[in-house]
Design a protein around this ligand. Structure first.
Ligand code: ANZ
Ligand code: ZN
Length: 863
C-alpha cells in the first residue's frame, strides 16, 4: 500500500497535462460550447495570496464539469498590467515597469500552474503586449472617429500623490482609489469618453442579464437616472447681462416653496462679473476656498452648510413672482443637473439646514401623508391621517415625501405627483432626464499605459474648423470635427508603441513623462505631412480590460481585434445567429470575479461592447451573460489579506505542505461561494484527510470483475451523482463536496467495492481534485486520461427508492419519525405512522381532526 504523496502526484500530472494538451480549446460544429471566464488578475508585485484562486478554482471546476458533459469549453487566462499599480510598484522598486511586469507575470503564472488549473495557455494575453494594445488603440480610434472621444479642459479629479488625473470611478470616498490621498479638483487638458451617451443603454441592458441583483443595483445607482424639469428663473438686476438662471429639479411640485436659489461655486455665471454682483470679492474668496474641499466634504449629510449671498442680484420665482435671494454654496455640485438649484427648505433637508443657518424663509407647500381627495379645509393640523402640523424648527424625514399641495395658488389640494408636470408646464419648464454618470476621463499623465494614437497638427486644425463651419461631408471624421487639429494615426500604423525611456517618473506638471521625448513626440502629420505632435497622455488602467474577453476567442489575429466568426461562436449559441432574441442573449456564458468591479470594469466593458455592437463589429449586445461574484477569503485575524497587515497566506506554502488538491477542496468547501469566509488552517487539514481517505479506499478494489449487487450502495452512488451534478451547476461547491465525503464514508464501511463504483466516484471528484483523481484512475488500470471521461448520469429509478426521515407531530409536539419515499401520499404516511406503536399511542383510535403532510419533511396530525 503506497501512501498519498501529493507532491509527486501533482508534479507528474501537471507535466503530463501540459505535454498532452488535454486542456486545449477545441471548437466543435453544432453548438454545445461554453465560455467560462475569470476576471484576469492584475499583475502586481505581490503575487497571489490564497484568496485570489478561489474564483479561479471555481471556474476550473465548472469548466472541467462542462467539458466532461460534452461541451467545447473556452477557459482562458491572461494578465492586465498597464496603469498605476504596476507603475507605482516599479517606481518604488526602481525597476522599469516593463521589466517588473514581465517578472510578475511569470511569478503569477507559476503560481496558477501549481494549482492545477486547466487554462488553455496557448491563448494567454497580456494587455501590455503591443500585439494586444494595437487593438485597444484601434477600438479607441473607432470611438474617436464616431465622435465619442473629446478633448476637455474641465476641472477633474487630480491625485497629488500619483500626479495624475483620475476618472470619477477611480475616486472612493473622495480619495484616490490607488493610494488613499484625498483628490483635488484641477482644470486640466484631458481626453474624455462620452459614456453618458450610453447611459440609457447601460441601464436598459441590465434587465436581460443573469447577474446578482446587488451588482445590477450598484450599476443602476452609479448611472443614477433622474427624471425632472429644467426651470428658468429670471434675474432681477439692471446691471446683469444675464437674464436667467436655469435649475434642475425633480420636485417641480414644490416650486411655490422655493425661497432662494443656489449656484455651485464652479458655476459658469460666477466666472466673471456679468451678474453684476456687488460683493464679488467675497464671493470669489468663497469660490477659492471651496476648491480645497473634496466632493464628500461638500455634500456629506452631517456637514455644516456654508455659502455666500450674491449681493445686488435677485431672482424671481416664476410660480408666484416673489423676489428671492441667490447664494453660492458648495453643497451644490457643478457636475450635476445645471449646477444650480431652487432651494425648498421645507421639503429638502440640505436646503433646510442652510435656511436655518442663514435665516431664510421656510415655506411648506406639501402636506405629506395627506390622503388625496380630501379637502384641505378638513385639515386640523393634528390628525395623523392628514399629516401632522409642520414644524419649522425640526427636520422630519417625512417632509420630503409626496402629499397634497398647499400654499401653491391654484394648485392647492392637488396630489404632488400630478403637480410635478402641471407646475412645470405652468412656468414653461422643460422635462429632462439627468444621469449621475459622468463622462469617462480617459487620459492619464503617466508613462505606463497605452499611448493614445492621435497626432496634433496646426494645419489640419484650420481645415477641420473650416469643415465644421461649412458642415462639409469630407474625409474629416466626427472626431476630428469635434477636436480640431487632432488627427488619428492611420490604422495600419498601429500600434503606437510606448517608447523606452530612462525616466518615467510622473512630472506633476500635468504632462506625461512622454512629453519629454522629443523624437517620439515630433512626427509628421499623418494627414497633411506637416509638423505634428503626438498625444503624450496615456490610457487608464481600465482600457485593456474593456475588450480582452473578445481577444481570447482569437488571440493571435493580426488582421482584426478578433475574427467575427470566432467571437460569434464563443459569445453566441455555438450556431449561427438566428434572431434578435439571440442577439440580446449573448455574451460570455459565465463570468466570475470580485464584486469590487461593479462600477468600473463592468460598466466600462459594457460600454465598449455596446459601442462595438452599434458599429456592427460584434453580434451580441452585451458582453457578459451570467455573472457570479466571489466571496472574499479573509485572513485568520478576520481582516482582508494585505501586505499592510502582514497576514497574507501564500498558496505556494500551502501547496507545498498540503497539496494543490487539498487547497482546491478546502477553498470550495469553506462555505457558500459568494460569501466571505475566514481562512482556517485546521479545516484545510480536514480537506487533506479527506483526500487521504479517498486514497486508501482504492485498496478496497480486490476483484476487478465484481459487480454492484448491493442495492444500498447503488442508491448511494446515484444519489451522489445527482447531488454533485446539480450542485456544481448552481455553484454550490461546498454541498457537492460534502456529498462526496458522505459517499466516501459509505465506501469506507465496506470490505470490498466494485471498480465501476470507484471509477464513477473518481469522475465526480475530478473537477475538485484533478491530480489525485487522475493518479488513482491510472493506478486502477485506466490508460485514457480521466479528464476525457464523460460525466456520469444517474438513474432516476434508484432515487425514487430513497426514503427520507419524516418527523411526526401530534397536536404540535414531535413524537417520533417515520421513513417515507418522496412519492408517498398522505394516506400512506398516516398508515406508516399508525404502524408504529409509540406513535399510535398518541394518535389514538378516532379520526384525526386535521392532517398536514409535507412530503419528505413533516407529518402533522391534530386529534
Ligand atoms: C427642488 C427640490 C425640492 C429638490 C425638494 C429636492 C427636494 P436626484 O434625485 O439625485 O436627481 N439638485 C439638483 N442639482 C443639484 C446639484 N448640482 N447639486 C446638488 N443638488 C442638486 O436629485 C435631484 C434634486 O437634487 C433636485 O431636486 C435638486 O433639488 C437637487 F423638496 O429641487 B430638488
Ligand atoms: Zn496635419
Amino acid at each position: 500500500m503506497t501512501s498519498y504523496d501529493h507532491k509527486k502526484i501533482e508534479k507528474k500530472w501537471q507535466t503530463r497535462w501540459r505535454k498532452s494538451g488535454v486542456y486545449r480549446t477545441k471548437e466543435q460544429n453544432g453548438g454545445k460550447k461554453f465560455y467560462v471566464l475569470d476576471m484576469f488578475p492584475y499583475a502586481s508585485g505581490e503575487g497571489l495570496h490564497v484568496g485570489h484562486p478561489k474564483g479561479y478554482i471555481a471556474t476550473d471546476v465548472y469548466s472541467r464539469f462542462m467539458r466532461s458533459n460534452g461541451y467545447s469549453v473556452l477557459h482562458p487566462m491572461g494578465f492586465d498590467a498597464f496603469g498605476l499599480p504596476a507603475e507605482n510598484y516599479a517606481l518604488a522598486n526602481k525597476i522599469n515597469p516593463a521589466v517588473a511586469v514581465a517578472h510578475n507575470v511569470k511569478r503569477f503564472k507559476e503560481q496558477l500552474e501549481k494549482i492545477g488549473l486547466d487554462y488553455d495557455w496557448s491563448r494567454e494575453i497580456n494587455t501590455t503586449d503591443p500585439a494586444y494594445y494595437r487593438w485597444t488603440q484601434w477600438i479607441f480610434l473607432q470611438m474617436f472617429k464616431a465622435g465619442l472621444a473629446y478633448e476637455s479642459n474641465e476641472p477633474i479629479n487630480w491625485c497629488p500623490s500619483c500626479k495624475t488625473g483620475l476618472a470619477n470611478e477611480d475616486v472612493d470616498d473622495g480619495r484616490c482609489e490607488r493610494c488613499g490621498t484625498p483628490v483635488e479638483k484641477k482644470p486640466m487638458r484631458q481626453w474624455v469618453l462620452k459614456i453618458t451617451d450610453y447611459a440609457e443603454k447601460l441601464l436598459d441592458g441590465l434587465g436581460g442579464l443573469d447577474w446578482p441583483e446587488s451588482i445590477k443595483e450598484l450599476q443602476r445607482n452609479w448611472i443614477g437616472k433622474s427624471e425632472g424639469a429644467l426651470i428658468s428663473f429670471e434675474i432681477k438686476n439692471q446691471k446683469s447681462k444675464i437674464k436667467n438662471i436655469e435649475v434642475f429639479t425633480t420636485r417641480a411640485d414644490t416650486l411655490f416653496g422655493a425661497t432662494y436659489l443656489v449656484l455651485a461655486p464652479e458655476h459658469e455665471l460666477l466666472k466673471n462679473k456679468e451678474l453684476g454682483i456687488t460683493n464679488y470679492d467675497e464671493v470669489l474668496r468663497y469660490i477659492v476656498t471651496s476648491r480645497t474641499k473634496t466632493e464628500i466634504e461638500r455634500t456629506a449629510e452631517g456637514k455644516e452648510k456654508t455659502g455666500v449671498e450674491l449681493k445686488g442680484v435677485k431672482a424671481i420665482n416664476p410660480a408666484n413672482n416673489e423676489e428671492i435671494p441667490i447664494f453660492v454654496a458648495d453643497y451644490v455640485l457643478a457636475g450635476y443637473g445645471t449646477g444650480a438649484i431652487m432651494a425648498v427648505p421645507a421639503h429638502d433637508e440640505r436646503d433646510w439646514q442652510f435656511a436655518k443657518k442663514y435665516n431664510l424663509p421656510i415655506k411648506q407647500v406639501i402636506l405629506t401623508g395627506m390622503v388625496t381627495g380630501r379637502k384641505l379645509s378638513e385639515f386640523d393640523g393634528k390628525s395623523a391621517l392628514f399629516g401632522e402640523k409642520f414644524d419649522n424648527s425640526l427636520w422630519k424625514e417625512h417632509y420630503k415625501n409626496n402629499g397634497v399641495l398647499l400654499n401653491s395658488g391654484k394648485f392647492d389640494g392637488m396630489n404632488s405627483e400630478e403637480a410635478k408636470d402641471k407646475i412645470a408646464n405652468f412656468v414653461g419648464g422643460k422635462s429632462v432626464t439627468k444621469y449621475k454618470l459622468r463622462d469617462w476621463v480617459f487620459s492619464r499623465q503617466r508613462y505606463w499605459g497605452e499611448p493614445i494614437p492621435l497626432v496634433f497638427c496646426e494645419t489640419c486644425k484650420t481645415q477641420a474648423e473650416k469643415s465644421k463651419i461649412k458642415n462639409q461631408k469630407s474625409n474629416i471624421s466626427r472626431g476630428e470635427q469635434l477636436n480640431p487639429g487632432w488627427v488619428p494615426v492611420p490604422e495600419d500604423k498601429l500600434p503606437v508603441k510606448l517608447p523606452n525611456v530612462k525616466s518615467y517618473e510622473p512630472t506633476g506638471t500635468g504632462e506625461s513623462p512622454l512629453a519629454n521625448i522629443k523624437n517620439w513626440v515630433n512626427v509628421k502629420c499623418p494627414k497633411c505631412g506637416g509638423e505634428g505632435k503626438r498625444e503624450t497622455n496615456t490610457m487608464p488602467q481600465w482600457a485593456g480590460s474593456c475588450w480582452y474577453y473578445l481577444r481570447y476567442t482569437d488571440p493571435k489575429n493580426k488582421k482584426a481585434f478578433a475574427d467575427r466568426k470566432k467571437m460569434d461562436y464563443w459569445l453566441g449559441t455555438g450556431l449561427p445567429l438566428r434572431n434578435s432574441a439571440e442577439q440580446n442573449a449573448g455574451g460570455v456564458d459565465f463570468y466570475v470575479g470580485g464584486a469590487e468591479h461593479a462600477t468600473r470594469h463592468l460598466i466600462y466593458a459594457r460600454f465598449w461592447h455596446q459601442f462595438l455592437f452599434d458599429k456592427g463589429l460584434v453580434a451580441h449586445s452585451e458582453p457578459f451573460k451570467k455573472l457570479q461574484h466571489v466571496g472574499l477569503i479573509l485572513a485568520e485575524d478576520g481582516r482582508k489579506m494585505s501586505k499592510r497587515w502582514g497576514n497574507i497566506i501564500n498558496p505556494d506554502d500551502i501547496i507545498e505542505r498540503f497539496g494543490a488538491d487539498a487547497l482546491r477542496v478546502y477553498e470550495m468547501f469553506m462555505g457558500p461561494f459568494d460569501q466571505s469566509v475566514v481562512w482556517n488552517t485546521d479545516n484545510l487539514v480536514g480537506a487533506k484527510r479527506f483526500l487521504e481517505r479517498v486514497w486508501r479506499t482504492k485498496d478496497k478494489i480486490k476483484d476487478k470483475t465484481l459487480k454492484i449487487k448491493n442495492e444500498a450502495l447503488e442508491i448511494a452512488l446515484h444519489q451522489t451523482i445527482k447531488k454533485v451534478t446539480e450542485d456544481i451547476k448552481e455553484f454550490k461547491f461546498n454541498t457537492a463536496i460534502s456529498q462526496l465525503m458522505i459517499f466516501t464514508n459509505v465506501l469506507e464501511k465496506r470490505d470490498e467495492i466494485p471498480q465501476i463504483v470507484f471509477e464513477t466516484f473518481l469522475t465526480l471528484l475530478t473537477p475538485f481534485a484533478p491530480h489525485i483523481a487522475e493518479e488513482l484512475w491510472e493506478l486502477i488500470g485506466n490508460k485514457k486520461s480521466i479528464q476525457q471521461v464523460p460525466w456520469p448520469t444517474y438513474k432516476a429509478e434508484f432515487l425514487s427508492e430513497i426514503e427520507s426521515v419524516v418527523a411526526v407531530q401530534i397536536n404540535g409536539k414531535t413524537r417520533g419519525t417515520i421513513m417515507l419515499s418522496p412519492a408517498a401520499t398522505q394516506d400512506e404516511a398516516i398508515k406508516k405512522a399508525l404502524a408504529e406503536p409509540q406513535l399510535k399511542k398518541w394518535i389514538g383510535e378516532g379520526n384525526p381532526r386535521k392532517v398536514v403532510y409535507i412530503a419528505g419533511k413533516i407529518l402533522s396530525i391534530v386529534v
